[in-house]
Design a protein around this ligand. Structure first.
Ligand SMILES: Nc1ncnc2c1ncn2[C@@H]1O[C@H](COP(=O)(O)OP(=O)(O)OP(=O)(O)O)[C@@H](O)[C@H]1O
Ligand SMILES: [Mg+2]
Length: 255
């Protein structure tokens, strides 16, 4: 993204955002509510267009390529997607629908797609509820189904927008280890991971972008960005950071 700005209904949502995601890099994106994280992801997936600036995704400049084709190369996991899925569809059908990047399954899937869906469901521990309606699954089970769905097309870019919302401690760690296993698989997708929780920044996310009120506060290697000095400046509030193993933990001081 180069000098990308976004205005909607007279409101400035993003301002002069320049951000380069190199091949093989995985990024965490951190920002308070309303800072523009989901807006950036929606632009990357071609659902909203920048008001100004340049945006190139997977080598494809906006306005010069087939957006539907591009979307098939992008896997997306978010709670808003979850809300739109059909409650009565089975977990397996939801995973299969990722093949067509559709909500709902309108075509008879090929045998090879069914076996791929089942492999992914096994990888993420979904086999026990393969044929159950989506509405009967717990939040953690739903997130794993949606993650499997996002991988059906072997995407080049995997976007995870607050995927651990509503997960208990163990469900969250299971989900995060599934994300780590994706990052370590052969030909892995580039992963963009949005979160409010610093401790979800896995070692696989070598880079972090801090977004503040629609502007890039700082961006670069996670170890350099997630320092006490930088995060205190970012939050405008004193915080301490401790690294446990290769994961950061944050503590708000003085509250
Ligand atoms: N159509 C619109 N018209 C006006 N304002 C909008 C519109 N769409 C989004 N916004 C505003 O843009 C800002 C950024 O929204 P966005 O969803 O990108 O934030 P976010 O960083 O993802 O926040 P959260 O952490 O709460 O998910 C918010 O203040 C939101 O109200
Ligand atoms: Mg959001």
């Amino acid at each position: 993204m180069k000098d990308v700005s976004l205005r909607r209904d007279g409101t400035r949502i993003l301002q002069d955002v320049s951000w380069n995601v190199g091949e093989g890099e995985n990024w965490a994106i951190i920002g308070l509510n309303g800072s523009g994280k989901t807006s950036i992801l929606s632009m990357i997936s071609g659902y909203i267009f920048p008001s100004s600036g340049q945006l190139k995704v997977l080598g494809c400049a906006f306005g010069e390529c087939d957006i539907r084709q591009l979307r098939r190369s992008i896997g997306w996991v978010s709670s808003s997607l979850q809300e739109n899925l059909h409650a009565d569809d089975s977990a397996e059908d939801i995973v299969l629908s990722g093949r067509y990047a559709s909500i709902g399954l309108y075509e008879k899937p090929a045998k090879s797609d069914i076996s791929k869906a089942n492999e992914l469901m096994e990888q993420f521990g979904c086999t026990g509820f393969r044929l159950r309606p989506y509405s009967t699954l717990s939040q953690g089970e739903r997130q794993r189904v949606v993650l499997a769905r996002a991988l059906m097309n072997s995407p080049k870019l995997l976007i995870l927008d607050e995927p651990c919302t509503g997960l208990d401690l163990f469900a969250r760690e299971h989900f995060l280890s599934a994300v780590t296993s994706i990052s370590e698989s052969p030909n892995p997708p580039t992963i963009l991971y949005v979160s409010h929780h610093i401790e979800e920044i896995l070692p696989a996310f070598g880079r972090t972008l801090l977004l503040k009120k629609g502007k890039v506060h700082s961006a670069g290697k996670s170890r350099a960005i997630l320092t006490e000095v930088n995060l205190t400046d970012f939050f405008e509030f004193p915080v301490s950071v401790a690294w446990r193993g290769q994961r950061p933990c944050i503590h708000v001081d003085g509250l």
